[in-house]
Design a protein around this ligand. Structure first.
Ligand code: G3P
Ligand code: CA
Length: 255
């Protein structure tokens, strides 16, 4: 009695594999997501864009240039054309033939296996992207996900507000880039009307920000943290989740 428990064990910190276990396998491919499952992460983070024929596809950039052997905007390719691209060789020969997955494929393969954090990329550049993402969830009975098996996040906060109006029971995250102004209480008050998470770049995270986000009734998952010392610091601040390319490193820190 009388002693405060000062050590944070980190037992309850969610381990999120950024674009899959992207430190070990090509980002946003089945290989990277399988690796995250194998390591024992809690979630895979999955970036999505729209194909020309309105399929929700899993890729980080608006173009295929960096992560495939093709060239051009994702939105100028049909799904059939996207499937012909090699999304693995750029990372290493071992992954030759990895394809750009669809969001539907990822949901079908991993629901019940690992949590899925969907990042809606550039929704302002596509028509009704929120609806296309929502349809994929509804098709799989995810109108009211249990245990936060899926979460939807974006840097586009207006899009997340729209998504919340379409599917009010799906947990929402707002992403915040590192910026010198930080995040004001006014912003947090606005976020809390539709979001369950405020997810900032870790470079702007300190004890005060963690406390203020949680005091506004939200959780904080921060990104992208690959340095074990920084992971430890963030765990001590009491963050709810850490998004990392190396979920194996985070697992070691949390043990
Ligand atoms: O999960 C947040 C993080 O992924 C945002 O940055 O560029 O890696 O999508 P980015
Ligand atoms: Ca992302």
């Amino acid at each position: 009695h009388g002693y405060a428990q000062v050590t944070t064990t980190g037992d309850d910190v969610t381990n999120v594999a950024h674009r899959g276990a992207s430190g070990h396998a090509p980002e946003n491919t089945i290989a990277a997501f399988d690796k995250a499952v194998e390591i024992g992460a809690d979630y895979i983070e999955v970036d999505v864009h729209m194909s020309k024929n309105n399929e929700v596809v899993v890729i980080h950039d608006a173009t295929v240039n960096r992560t495939t052997d093709g060239e051009g905007r994702v939105n100028d390719f049909t799904l059939r054309e996207l499937h012909q691209l090699d999304a693995g060789s750029w990372f290493s020969d071992e992954y030759k033939g990895e394809q750009i997955p669809t969001l539907g494929e990822v949901l079908d393969r991993y629901l019940g296996e690992i949590g899925i954090l969907i990042e809606v990329k550039d929704p302002a550049n596509y028509n009704n992207m929120e609806r296309f993402v929502a349809i994929e969830l509804i098709k799989r009975q995810l109108r009211k996900p249990t245990d936060e098996e899926v979460i939807v996040q974006s840097f586009d906060h207006a899009s997340m507000e729209r998504f919340h109006n379409i599917l009010p029971d799906v947990p929402i995250g707002v992403l915040v880039s590192n910026n010198p102004n930080g995040i004001s209480d006014e912003q947090l008050k606005a976020f809390q009307t539709y979001a369950d998470y405020t997810n900032p770049n870790h470079l702007m995270v300190d004890q005060d920000l963690v406390t203020r986000i949680q005091d506004h009734g939200m959780q904080i998952s921060t990104w992208t943290v690959n340095d074990p010392n920084r992971m430890e610091e963030l765990v001590e601040y009491g963050v709810d989740g850490i998004i990392t390319d190396f979920p194996d490193r985070l697992q070691d820190v949390l043990q």
